[in-house]
Design a protein around this ligand. Sequence first.
Ligand code: SF4
Ligand code: SF4
Length: 192
Amino acid sequence: MSLNTKDLQNYITKKSLNSGALLVGYTKIRRVEPVIILGFPFSDKCFFNYPITLTKQLSKVYKTSKNVQNIIAKTLKKEGYWAEYKTVLSVYGDFRPLAVSAGLGEWGRNGLVVNEKYGSSLLFAAIFTNAPLNTYIQDQTKEAPKHCIECNECINSCPANAFENGRFHLYRCLPYSIRGCSECLKNCRQNR
Ligand code: SF4
Ligand code: SF4
């Protein structure tokens, strides 16, 4: 297979979507190196409350993400490019800023990436490459995304007051979230 950039990118997008990814985006790290960001579905209903279901679901999403990323990385390598990937369970880092940069969603007031169609119940994985892909860099400096305008449901539903003064206070959230709180996710209208 020897594909031009446009065909290669179309192939990656189609293959990813057909193999279990919900979202595919292309952006750059440090505004230089291309990275492919994939979004996978993850139900907030399992979030912390049901540890066994959560583990099973995480394992399923991990396998799907690994399989898709393997296919894409092999394709890129066959085309003569360098490619490495990090799955949804990577300890490498948090891919949410890259997902926003790729245009896969906007920052919600609940600190998660909210996609217009799929809400915030998403996990992200990344494929790093030197292939000359067409990338997009979304401005992340906007004040409030349009889905959050006139909505304060996550803020109002939080028992820990973790969103006070327009900031997310992680240490207020933690004691609640480890006991099963996911009110901000459950109440986000984007997740309905
Ligand atoms: S998980 Fe619970 S405590 Fe933490 S921010 Fe969401 S609603 Fe607040
Ligand atoms: S609950 Fe409302 S304000 Fe909070 S993230 Fe969802 S849409 Fe935005």
